[in-house]
Structures are given as structure tokens and as C-alpha cells.
Design a protein around this ligand. Structure first.
Ligand SMILES: NC(=O)c1ccc[n+]([C@@H]2O[C@H](COP(=O)([O-])OP(=O)(O)OC[C@H]3O[C@@H](n4cnc5c(N)ncnc54)[C@H](O)[C@@H]3O)[C@@H](O)[C@H]2O)c1
Length: 453
């Protein structure tokens, strides 16, 4: 793997592509070319919009499967399979999405990578015990399904440059010799999952603990340089989330980064993703305070009310909160949370966001925001709001939505950053509009264009 990519461009004649693919290039290059051809063929369009519409089988692979969000996703899918739950909270269940013919949430096949021994069931029982989520009967009835999903979970890696604090004390069972070998192993796990379950598409979603921001290294500039560094034994050239991102795209899966961790944002990986025609999007799911901000800030802008300062205090008590208590990790999270208001109002208000770990709250995250603004004749006024939500149950339905929408994009042969999914993220890849309704309009326009084809 990690060969230099083929020089065959998108517009090469199909015969030439075939000739090159069959005779002169590596398996890796061939796979990329085949994917390109499929993505561009009229057949991809027919598969997407034509009739009859066969329902694809889709895998959802969670990095950080045993965490609170991972377990809540697995339980949500299990509860939907068993018809024990309704669809409130799932954006893709709104009538406007009906025409897409998305795969059902209940049909998703769930698997993933984890580094702790906690299973989906352990995660869900912890949410029940500590945060009073779910009820015992639902857990009891979902248990066999959660156990069977657990058979799809594999040991991940602690081998990157930025292993989060929550993994302290966890040992890698058989350490890989180099990051390239790690990527190969992780990628094989995903391919094996696809083969065993005969999946048409796999969507990998990163819900592992947030990592600290990492400085750019010279090897991050191009994939050729990065490949060399990855093959060096013991090298820690990439953060852990980026090893997972690379493994996902090398396996032909889409990569969705629900965390603020670097993932695919390293330039060499973006380059590789484009070579492979991979579909990807991130970063950092927009679930609570940031969602409210991205809805309220446009109100001030469109009423010509001048936001003077916007201060947000977040308190939470789950494992994510414990990881974010580390100031270096917290900095990564604060960066994506703080960008929203400044990205919407066009003067430069004073903004401040803080996150504090308050263990007794467990999964019940509370945000208190104070907005100080100026109205007519220089009059100063204020708005305050308090938001309290179950962190995991706000995130879980969005991950199911992202899996369904991304699988649809894969079916249609879309690749590159899936910018129409911006409304799901705090810091959407390649999107500079933070206004939630502008992002929602982008998604609706995308659906209309899809419908018109
Ligand atoms: N809950 C929300 O509303 C929300 C919103 C946006 C982003 N997020 C992000 O989602 C992520 C998950 O949140 P959570 O509450 O489930 O946290 P969590 O701590 O409960 O779960 C994270 C899981 O990742 C696992 N993990 C850590 N390092 C790993 C590695 N190298 N490989 C594989 N697994 C690894 C941990 O063992 C843990 O099980 C966090 O990064 C959080 O910031 C959550």
C-alpha cells in the first residue's frame, strides 16, 4: 500500500484506464481507478436516482465504539430494529428526506474499533446507572442485538502521536511495527467487516476521545513524504485519529469526523483522499450549545443588533468531560466552539467559551450563555439561555443521520468533502458559513438538485 498514485486523470478514456489498470499499476492504484470509473459512470446516477431502487446494505463503523456516544448509537439502532423506539431526533426521518430512499436506520450494521474493554452493553448500562438514560426493559430487550454487534468490534490503536488521556493504562495487545502496518491492520478490519456482512457501503464515524491539536510536520505536506515516514518503525508522524482516517479511506469507506481531532485535515491525507476519490466530512458534531448559537447569532445579524460579547459556560461530567479537563485537549474543542459567533456576525464581538468538568452531572451537559448586545440609540440589552441535554442522546441520532446520508452519497458516486452536510458540524470542512439556516438551505438545495436529475 501507499504506492505513488497513477497518473491517469479523471477524464482518461475508459479503455486507457482499463489497460493501465489491468497491466501496469498496483492493486492500490487499480482500486482507486475502478472507484473513479464507477463514480463517474451513468450507472452511478441510475443507481442513485433511477428505478428500481434496490436498498443497499450499509455498515456503520464507529471509532471509539465503547464510549458513551458509540454505545448510544448502537442502542438506538438496536431499539429501532426491534421497534422499541420512535424516530424523534432523527433529522433524516423528516418528510423532506423521503424522496431520497435512504437506507433505514434500523438496517444499519454496526461495528467499530475500541481500545478499552468496555462493550456497547457496558456503555449503555453505565449511561443507565449514572445518567438515568433508557429503561431497564429496553436494555434487556436490546441486549442480544448489542452482543451480536459487539462481535464486530476490533481492537484499535494507541499508536498515534496524540493518544488521549482516557487511554492511559490500556496496552496494545500486539504492537504494530510501523504506523503503515497499523493503518493496514485497521483497514483490513473494515474490509473484513464489509465482506463478512456483504455490505455495499461502509461509513466510518470517529467518536473517539478528543485529541490535542498537533503541530504540522514536514511529512504532512505530501502523501509521498508521509508514506515514507509511516513506514519507519516507531514513527509517530500522525495523530491517532489520522491513522484511523487513512485506514478508512484506504479501505474504500467514507470517513466522518464527529470530533474536533485532526482526522483527515492533514494536507497529505486530503491529497490521498482526493486520489482515492474518498468521501469525507467533519468536524465536531453540532449538538448542543453550538447548535443554539448558530441559530441565534443570525437573529442579531438580521435585526442589525450589535453583539458586544457572547460568553458561554459549559459544564459536563461524563468521560468526554474528564478528557476535556486536560487544558491541551480542551484547546482543540474550544477552537471549534468559539468560531461560530465570529463567523456569523460581521463585527468582532468579544467571545469566550469555557468547558468545566463537573462529575456529578455525568452525561447531562449544561450550557449557560450570556449575550450582551447593543440596540437602537446605543441601548445595551442582554439575552441569556440555559441548555441542558443528554450529550450522548443528542449526538447519537445525528450519527445515524450522517451514516444514512453519507451512504446515499456513496451510492451516487459522490466524493470529496460532503459540504452539503455542514449543518451537522461545528467546524464544517471547506465551509465558511456557520449560520444554521444557510447550512440547512444548502442541504435542501442539494436534495432538490438530486431530485431534479
Ligand atoms: N456528545 C456530544 O454531543 C458530542 C458532540 C460533538 C463531539 N463529540 C465528541 O464525540 C467524542 C465521543 O464522546 P463520548 O461522550 O462518547 O466520549 P467517551 O469518552 O465516552 O467515548 C470515547 C471512546 O473513545 C475511546 N477511545 C479513546 N482513544 C481511542 C483510540 N485510540 N482508538 C479507539 N477508541 C478510542 C475511549 O476508550 C472511549 O470509549 C468526543 O471526542 C466528543 O468530543 C460529542
Amino acid at each position: 500500500m501507499f504506492g505513488v498514485s497513477a497518473a491517469v486523470g479523471y477524464d482518461a478514456a475508459p479503455d486507457l484506464v482499463l489497460l493501465v489498470a489491468e497491466n501496469q499499476v498496483s492493486h492500490d492504484q487499480r482500486r482507486s481507478q475502478v472507484r473513479r470509473r464507477m463514480a463517474r459512470s451513468p450507472d452511478a446516477i441510475t443507481r442513485c436516482f433511477g428505478l428500481p431502487k434496490k436498498k443497499d446494505k450499509v455498515g456503520l463503523w464507529l471509532i471509539g465504539a465503547g464510549g458513551a456516544v458509540g454505545s448510544a448509537v448502537a442502542t438506538g439502532v438496536a431499539a429501532l430494529k426491534l421497534k422499541l423506539a420512535g424516530t424523534i431526533g432523527l433529522v433524516t426521518e423528516l418528510p423532506v428526506f423521503e424522496k431520497l430512499g435512504l437506507v433505514s436506520a434500523a438496517s444499519l450494521v454496526v461495528g467499530g474499533h475500541e481500545v478499552r474493554s468496555d462493550s456497547f452493553l457496558d456503555g449503555v448500562k453505565a449511561l443507565r446507572r449514572q445518567a438515568n438514560l433508557f429503561d431497564d426493559e429496553l436494555i434487556r430487550r436490546c441486549t442480544p442485538t448489542l452482543r451480536s454487534m459487539q462481535r464486530n468490534v476490533r481492537f484499535g490503536t494507541l499508536g498515534g502521536s496524540s493518544t488521549p488521556g482516557c487511554s492511559a493504562g490500556v496496552a496494545e495487545p500486539v504492537p504494530d511495527r510501523s504506523p503503515a502496518e497499523t493503518v493496514q491492520r485497521l483497514s483490513s478490519d473494515i474490509e473484513d467487516f464489509r465482506d463478512r456482512h456483504r455490505l455495499d457501503h461502509v461509513v466510518v464515524v470517529n467518536v473517539a476521545s478528543t485529541e490535542p491539536m498537533v503541530p504540522r510536520a514536514a511529512a504532512h505536506a505530501s502523501f509521498t513524504r508521509l508514506s515514507k515516514a509511516l513506514n519507519r518503525p516507531g514513527s509517530r508522524v500522525l495523530p491517532t485519529s489520522s491513522l484511523y482516517a487513512l485506514a478508512a479511506i484506504e479501505s474504500g469507506a467514507a470517513f466522518i469526523n464527529f470530533t474536533p481531532s485532526p482526522g483527515l485535515s492533514v494536507p497529505a491525507l486530503r491529497q490521498r483522499a482526493d486520489e482515492l476519490d474518498a468521501a469525507y466530512m467533519g468536524s465536531d458534531g453540532k449538538t448542543g450549545e453550538s447548535l443554539v448559537k448558530s441559530v441565534l447569532a443570525p437573529m442579531f445579524a438580521t435585526r442589525n443588533l450589535k453583539v458586544l460579547s457572547w460568553v458561554g459556560q459549559n459544564i459536563l461530567g461524563n468521560r468526554d468531560g474528564a478528557v476535556l479537563a486536560n487544558p491541551i485537549v480542551r484547546k482543540a474543542k474550544l477552537r471549534s466552539k468559539d468560531a461560530i459567533v465570529k463567523g456569523i456576525v460581521d463585527h468582532n464581538p468579544k467571545t469566550h467559551v469555557s468547558i468545566d468538568y463537573v462529575p456529578s452531572l455525568d452525561d447531562w451537559k449544561v450550557a449557560w450563555d450570556f449575550v450582551h448586545f447593543e440596540g437602537f440609540l446605543g441601548t445595551k440589552m442582554s439575552l441569556q439561555f440555559t441548555w441542558q441535554g443528554s450529550d450522548s442522546l443528542l449526538a447519537a441520532p445525528l450519527i445515524i443521520d450522517l451514516a444514512r446520508l453519507t451512504a446515499h452519497d456513496l451510492k451516487c458516486g459522490r466524493h470529496g468533502p460532503l459540504t452539503h452536510l455542514a449543518c451537522f458540524f461545528k467546524d464544517p470542512t471547506d465551509v465558511t458559513k456557520y449560520d444554521h439556516y444557510v447550512q440547512w438551505r444548502q442541504l435542501m438545495d442539494h436534495l432538490e438538485r438530486a431530485d431534479a436529475r
